[in-house]
Design a protein around this ligand. Structure first.
Ligand SMILES: Nc1ncnc2c1ncn2[C@@H]1O[C@H](COP(=O)(O)OP(=O)(O)O)[C@@H](O)[C@H]1O
Ligand SMILES: [Mg+2]
Length: 336
């Protein structure tokens, strides 16, 4: 088979969810690379192919992975398996927060040693803080660093639309998580906050939350469970107690904002007159995601202007555009 035949085979088997055919085509492709004496490539591919199926005790659990669970009524998938390659260095955050993340990663790696002391690594973690501060990003990083795929669950999509189905959906998600070793993220864990005012739904939501907490309490296996929310102040104390650790994502201070500008403007050549401290001052109160967006806009402005060099006014224009956009969003334009 030619390379393109093999790749086609990979794609087809992916669509047909035919694991065996997928594996066979992947193996053949690796052999193909070996024959071409691309030893390094073959090694990397082997590592990637077997990462999920590794020979370690933990890896073995993957073999019995269940099919992706779906909503019974509407048929949409309840979770997504994602793989990333992001290092912890890409997260610019206070030293304390970073240490907390590092400890979770190290505890996971040392779980076997802990066990001999009857200690259990931190497995249930609540990530909270304003939007765009790196909660979802952190889950991806933990999954990357530990080389364990991320099971991504949009908590509110499972719940809000079909309240009656919720318990069964949750059960399916937990069954899936228990069938393997994953980093699981229940993202947008905000349901309780959002619906608090709505008395009609409140009772039902409370039941859902209790249901979730019960499943969280009784979960089997060694997977790490993360839940991320922008509305931590609305969560019940009963929820807080269930987590082994709570990580709070602060808005970036001046130093971190400066580092964010430097990181995200790295791809482009800069005018020597650029005044980053001014940009840093102008972006007080903005999140890392906001700053990323601003830097992308600034780079686009300079590229559209056919300049090879980013100027201060590109950055300031982008900041002002962003601030205007936020005002529109928050209905602060002054019109009635
Ligand atoms: N602390 C951070 N350091 C560097 N980049 C960040 C940080 N926080 C967010 N970003 C960037 O912004 C994007 C969106 O952030 P995200 O993690 O989705 O925010 P949220 O806290 O709302 O989940 C990330 O994918 C990343 O590119
Ligand atoms: Mg998020």
């Amino acid at each position: 088979m030619t390379t393109s035949d093999l790749i086609k085979q990979l794609f087809l088997s992916f669509h047909e969810k035919d694991n065996e055919a997928f594996f066979q085509a992947a193996r053949e492709y690796i052999e193909h690379e070996k024959r071409k004496k691309h030893t390094m490539v073959a090694k990397e591919l082997e590592k990637a192919l077997y990462a999920a199926n590794g020979s370690s005790e933990r890896g073995k659990r993957f073999k019995n992975t269940l099919p992706i669970p779906r909503d019974t009524e509407k048929g949409f998938p309840l979770l997504e398996i994602q793989n990333f390659d992001i290092s912890l260095d890409s997260l610019l955050i206070s030293a304390e927060t970073k240490q907390q993340l590092e400890q979770i990663i190290r505890e996971f790696k040392d779980a076997d040693v802990f066990a001999t002391y009857n200690l259990i690594n931190k497995r249930k973690i609540l990530l909270c803080g304003k939007p765009g501060t790196g909660k979802t990003f952190s889950a991806r990083i933990i999954s990357s660093v530990l080389q364990i795929p991320l099971v991504y669950v949009r908590f509110d999509s499972i719940i809000s639309s079909y309240l009656g189905e919720t318990a069964s959906n949750l059960r399916k998600v937990f069954d899936f998580v228990e069938s393997g070793m994953w980093i699981t993220l229940f993202d947008e864990f905000d349901i309780i906050g959002k619906n608090r005012d709505d008395n009609h739904e409140h009772g039902e939501i409370k039941r859902v939350v209790n249901n979730f907490l019960q499943m969280l309490d009784n979960i089997k296996g060694d997977s790490i469970i993360l839940a991320a929310t922008n509305h931590q102040y609305m969560l019940d104390p009963a929820i807080w107690r269930r987590f082994d650790d709570i990580i709070y994502y602060e808005l970036p201070d001046e130093n971190i904002r400066k580092a964010l500008f430097e990181l995200y403007l790295r791809p482009i050549k800069k005018d020597p007159d650029i005044n980053l401290p001014k940009a840093v001052n102008m972006t007080h109160g903005l999140s890392p995601a906001d700053i990323k967006m601003i830097t992308e806009e600034a780079m686009k402005l300079s590229i559209l202007d056919s300049r090879s060099c980013l100027r201060q006014d590109d950055i300031e224009k982008a900041i002002n555009k962003f601030i205007r956009r936020e005002k529109v969003k928050n209905n602060q334009m002054g019109d009635v």
